[in-house]
Design a binder for this molecule. Sequence first.
Ligand code: SF4
Length: 428
Amino acid sequence: MEQEKIKEGVLPHDSEWNDSDKVFDQLNKDFEAVIAKDILTVTEAVQNGKPLLGFFTQGTPEIFAALDLPRWFAATMQLMALRSEEAPKIIDFSAQLGLTTFMCSYVKAGVFLLQTGSFPTPTMLIGATEPCDGNVALWQMASEYRPWANIPKFLIDIPYGMDKLDIDDARVRYLAEQIKASTSFMEEHCGRKMDIDHLKQVCDESNRARQLWWEFQELRRAVPTPVSFLWGQPVYALNQVLACGKPETTEWMQRLVDATEKRVKERKGIGGVTDKIRLLWYDLTPSWGHKLFPQLEKDFGAVVSMEMLGWMPPLTPIDTSTEEAIYESLAKRYSIGPPMLRQGMASLDTYCNDLVHIVNDFKIDAVILPGHVGHKNTNAVVKICSDVCRETGVPSLFLGCDVYDERYMTANEVYEKIGRFLSATNFA
Ligand code: SF4
């Protein structure tokens, strides 16, 4: 896949960005520059035969940053592929291999990238047993992919239910030991040793940026909604994927917080829209959202105030007092922090409690349960979620769409369903 297409695909289209303010425009450009730099680093590693990690999980970005190890994240490339114009062809490819059409489009994109040789050839691979069965099956396919037969591989086993831990739970140590073992694996195959003092510095910087992420999220509680919900995604990508633990990320986050704070003080809503209805989109943002959300804002004053990828759950900072404390902190954060993993591997209590917290914190008027077709786990608990919404005093609507394949349910059909729902609940 052409690099330009990948670059285009990762960002929402310009029309999605309602923020006209110059500071936000600059933040957007700077984010694009980080993506371009990341792509260049990977390309150079491939061209010069340098160590390159292929990573099939969301993982612990502080470790790669401290090792200064070029790496690509399969999940990011899958997302970029699904946002490209070639998405329908990419999604349909796995059916030609005889795989089930009910598989998540995200996983289908991974199958396409793997089987067409579109993942840059790595010199080592790390996977994990998260966040869902489909993704684990993709790892198995990657493990057995013939051209990668001689590439060393490491699998991190993540225990379920890490949201319910006692102070001294053996599961934390179990995962911490695996993260440490995966670090030794990377050291062995990249020829560099981890400098623990440097890892501590990276974790401290990551903590500072996370604190700003939290402040940004707190500002987003304001009425009117100060920034497009899409800003949650570059924040996630910078902190969790592209540039974790780097001072540039902390500086970018500070500018974002300052600009958002200014908007809150001025009581400026996004794109001149004063939210009449604040929605929670309780799933991943659809790749076809640019056809839906601006129309909902315009016709109903219905603004999405929060979605799943851009929401950060409350997490404790990384304890950098000792090496052991760092690895245990990373284990805790890894096992309950990243989206999809949190919703797929933590308990139903956490899934529902998160919903209630977001509704209360962000003054949500109505909840959309998109029911992405790949999410068998969350689709199985729709009734429970609807009941939780009713008990919390907000109406909810279940859609049953594919957030990456508009052919399954078009943006127009979703618009119609939400419009009828808002009328039925007396919002419109
Ligand atoms: S979107 Fe859901 S089903 Fe698809 S890979 Fe992520 S967790 Fe799995």
